[in-house]
Design a protein. Structure first.
Length: 119
């Protein structure tokens, strides 16, 4: 059973940066697309970014384009989300999730890491 653990969240001032990590155990990420999602209090969960399993194609929500970068290191079984120029509206719990090749749903989820952007 694939297990995902997020890390790297915290408190940062507006304009600052954080790098989130999503590390897998119990299996390999090689055959999974990985998505980063976030949910702020009182709001719907939003997909922030995703990266596919093979060619490394990436996708971003309009709200984070140009500021966030997703990447993966299969040798470390880890996916990263580099977040720059953070804004107060980026405050949320961030989750990573894995989707097996050929499936449409994300089957595996981490427990989330809090990101707070505040002065």
């Amino acid at each position: 059973q694939l297990q995902l653990v997020e890390s790297g969240g915290g408190l940062v001032q507006p304009g600052g940066s954080l790098r989130l990590s999503c590390t897998a155990s119990g299996g390999t990420l090689d055959y999974h697309a990985i998505g980063w999602f976030r949910q702020a209090p009182g709001k719907e969960r939003e997909r922030v970014s995703c990266i596919d399993s093979s060619e490394g194609r990436t996708d971003y929500a309009d709200s984070v384009k140009g500021r966030f970068t997703i990447s993966r290191d299969n040798a470390k079984n880890t996916v990263y989300l580099q977040m720059n120029s953070l804004k107060s509206e980026d405050t949320a719990v961030y989750y990573c999730a894995a989707r097996s090749t050929g499936r449409t749903n994300y089957d595996y989820w981490g427990q989330g890491t809090q990101v707070t952007v505040s002065s």
